[in-house]
Every structure is written in C-alpha cells, then in structure tokens.
Design a protein. Structure first.
Length: 280
C-alpha cells in the first residue's frame, strides 16, 4: 500500500512538471523574408506589403525582418505612442547575439541629433572624407538639421564604429516618421559590419540569431540632471514649524524629502530570427 502511494505521488509530480514545461514554451522563431529588391530606408512601410507583421503585445509593436545576401532590414512600428517613452533622447538599440542567448553583446545604437550646418559637415566628413565646397555650401543653406546617427556598440555602450567599418564597409542606417497615431522605424544592418566582432559565428543568410530591441530609460546626462534637480529640491526644502514639537517637524521634513521621482520607462524584448536564403 505504501509503495502504491509513493508511485502515485511520483506520477503526480511528473504531471505537474509536464504542465510547467508546456506553460513555458521556447522562444518563437520569426522567419525573415528574402528580398532581391532595393528597400529604401525612409521611415515608410511601402516596401513591406509582401509579408505578415509580427506583434509584440507588451509594447504594442509590429515588426518584420527581411534580408538579402549583404544584410538585413527591419520594420518596427509603434502602434501606441505612449510606449515611445524617451526614445527621442535615448534612441533605440538593436542588440545582436549569435550564441542563442538573451545577452547583450554587440549592437547598433540608432539616435537622432539636432545639428548645426557646421556640425553636420564635420560628422559627414568623419564618415565619408572631405566634402566638396559645393556640397558644404548646399548644407549651409539651412541652419539646422535632424541627423540620423548609427553607431556600433558593445554591451557597455562603447562605440566601435570606426574599427568595425574599415575598408569601406557599409554603415547601418535608419529613418523614422510619424503617421497619424503610429511611429514607423526602418533599419538596415549590413552583415559585414559585424564580421570582425562575430569572427567565429558570422551573421549570414540561413542562420538563426537573437535580436534584442531596447529603448527608453535615461541617458547619463538625464540621470545627472535629475540628480542635480533632486539635490536642489532637497536644499530648498524648508522645515515646517508644527507647534513646538520637534518630532512633528522632523516628520514633516521626512515626508517632503522622501518623495521619489521616477524616470521614463525602459523597454527591452528579444526575438529569434531565422535569416532567409536565396531559393532561386
């Protein structure tokens, strides 16, 4: 009888474990679509009507992947603008991991910057070399520009762009636009930009890679500004004289200085991507 109870208990435990395993399935693999056509990176979804969108319900984002032999393309659509958080300041980082892990290793930081004409010329010359005087004159015809900056980074945020893009390797690019109640982002990431970083497991058609999308939160500058603001507010806090009881005064100050200011929300999610191969 005792042995029968032990066997039944053991079987019951196995059933519980089976349910737990079923309840936590493996990450779904998203299929990239092979494209032999030119995709213009302009912040529009006009070139993405030939496939089904994937949906990340936690942040109300539609997304899709395409690739050719040279690199992959991403369409990323915010359907609810509240989830943009501080993306205008912090940008959006696309993390790549060839080991199948949800672990930040290398990625591309996509940010927009407001630049003067002289700053834009300086940035372009760092990327392309000296510009013709006619091109500089054309740029200087407008005082300010919105510059779409793409930098290859490591997990600590160190910029590796100069080392990764040697010998004329194409740089990652992106654009975005707002359309009614949504924001459309488009990205292009060349495979060769990561050849020197993933030398043992290069990104190429047919492989599965983990891609992470991260945005929001605060930059170092935003954190410093908040600290200064908090310090200033603390210094300007005056004690309230509540009767003649010192304990009452300390209590009032504690409630005043104990309030915390929350920063903007930070978001991160990962997806497995199966890069397509040319089947022709």
């Amino acid at each position: 009888m005792r042995n029968k109870k032990i066997i039944l208990s053991f079987l019951f435990l196995l059933m519980i474990l089976a349910v737990c395993v079923i309840g936590f399935p493996k990450d779904r693999t998203v299929e990239s679509i092979w494209t032999g056509l030119f995709i213009k990176i302009d912040g529009s979804d006009d070139d993405w009507t030939d496939g089904a969108l994937n949906f990340e319900k936690k942040v109300k984002v539609d997304y899709m992947f395409k690739n050719d032999a040279k690199g992959f393309f991403i369409l990323f659509i915010f359907k609810d603008l509240k989830y943009l958080s501080s993306i205008d300041t912090t940008g959006l980082t696309t993390w790549l991991n060839t080991e199948g892990k949800k672990k930040k290793k290398y990625g591309v930081s996509f940010k927009t910057e407001r630049l003067t004409a002289d700053q834009l010329i300086s940035n372009l010359e760092k990327q392309q070399g000296p510009l013709p005087e006619s091109k500089k004159k054309q740029i200087k015809s407008s005082p300010n520009y919105l510059f779409f900056q793409s930098d290859i980074i490591d997990r600590k945020g160190n910029i590796l762009t100069a080392d990764a893009l040697k010998e004329g390797i194409e740089a990652p690019v992106f654009k975005f636009k707002y359309q009614k109640e949504k924001a459309i982002y488009e990205f292009r990431i060349p495979f060769k930009a990561f050849d020197s970083l993933f030398s043992d497991q290069r990104i190429e058609p047919g492989k599965v890679i983990k891609v992470g999308f991260e945005w929001g939160g605060m930059t170092k500058e935003m954190k410093k500004a908040m600290m200064r603001q908090a310090g200033s507010a603390s210094a300007s806090t005056t004690r309230l004289n509540i009767g003649d009881n010192p304990a009452d005064t300390r209590s009032a100050v504690g409630k005043s200085s104990g309030s915390r200011v929350r920063g903007p929300q930070k978001y991160l999610f990962w997806v497995d991507v199966k890069l397509a191969q040319d089947r022709r």
